[in-house]
Write a protein that binds this ligand. Structure first.
Ligand code: GLU
Length: 290
């Protein structure tokens, strides 16, 4: 049996906080306790929000915590061809369509529908995309693309779900409602998710499943805020013929007011805590891993 493979996969769009420290330390401890490998992946596909100084800070903060990871580090921005290949497979299956509406136009479309009754929201609370662009004719699509209009590529969720049978994953941690063990995936709850954009051949969902498979990740340890997204990941894994790792979602670290931590919050930033005299052992205590 090859050793288990873990990964910590931060996005360099801000400084790390206690929530990241919790995920990173849990991954590190699991790798150490199981004789496994720990990878670090930089999820930097959003060029508008990711910055080199945040990436440099990630390496520095993790090293300060005492975490050791394998090199070279995988930076998603250097592997766009891998995501494009996965997107092409889904396109060949007829499961991808372009959507040309702006965010504001979608908000308007949803408001129109909500005028005549409740409209479904995804597990993160955002209204589902109404699917309007699915009915555009091939010639209209070609014309809009040729005109240079921006677009997002969405997964046709109904068609995708028709192609797969029962989807499930093994949850070693727990979901927000105590889900544990074999969890059945409910990707329909997310509607027609975005898989890529005109300028970027991937989204978070697509890149994460491609990378976890390419890197042989066997156990994904991450925060509970991504528990419901795992349903989309299980669907993409099935469609792309990729292995399904085990998942271990951990409860989120919350601030004194019970809110999820933000990258902008100074009180719980690792840099601020370190500057205030905290030691790595203090950080372990603060995230409940002493
Ligand atoms: N890059 C994601 C984040 O920083 C985490 C992705 C994952 O662990 O699957 O929230």
């Amino acid at each position: 049996m090859p050793p288990p493979v873990f990964r910590f996969a931060p996005s360099p769009n801000g400084f790390l906080h206690l929530g990241h420290a919790c995920s990173a330390l849990l991954n590190f401890d699991r790798a150490r306790d199981t004789g496994g490998r720990l990878l670090l992946r930089i999820e930097d596909i959003d060029a508008t929000r990711c910055r080199p100084e945040f990436e440099a800070a990630i390496y520095e903060d993790l090293a300060w915590l005492g975490i050791v990871w394998e090199t070279p580090v995988r930076r998603q921005s250097e592997h766009l061809a891998d995501y494009r290949a996965a997107l092409d497979s889904l396109t060949t299956l007829g499961l991808v369509y372009p959507c040309f509406e702006s965010r504001a136009e979608i908000t308007k479309l949803v408001a129109q529908r909500e005028a005549s009754g409740p409209w479904p929201r995804d597990p993160d609370g955002a209204p589902l995309y109404p699917g309007t662009a699915k009915s555009l004719s091939p010639s209209k699509r070609a014309q809009l693309i040729a005109s240079g209009a921006p677009y997002a590529l969405r997964l046709d969720m109904d068609a995708a779900c028709r192609r797969v049978s029962r989807l499930a994953w093994t949850e070693l941690g727990e979901g927000p409602d105590g889900e544990h063990g074999t969890v059945s995936a409910q990707p329909q709850a997310w509607g027609d998710v975005i898989l890529a954009r005109k300028e970027t051949p991937t989204s978070y969902h697509l890149a994460v499943v491609v990378d976890d498979a390419l890197q042989d990740v066997s156990e994904v340890v991450r925060g509970q805020d991504l528990f419901h997204a795992t349903s989309v990941h299980a669907l993409l894994q099935a469609l792309l013929g990729l292995p399904v790792p085990d998942y271990r979602h951990h409860p989120l670290i919350r601030d004194a007011a019970g809110q999820k931590l933000a990258k902008s919050s100074r009180a719980t930033g690792l840099r601020e805590l370190r500057a205030g005299g905290a030691t790595p052992a203090d950080i372990r205590r603060l995230v409940g891993l002493a």
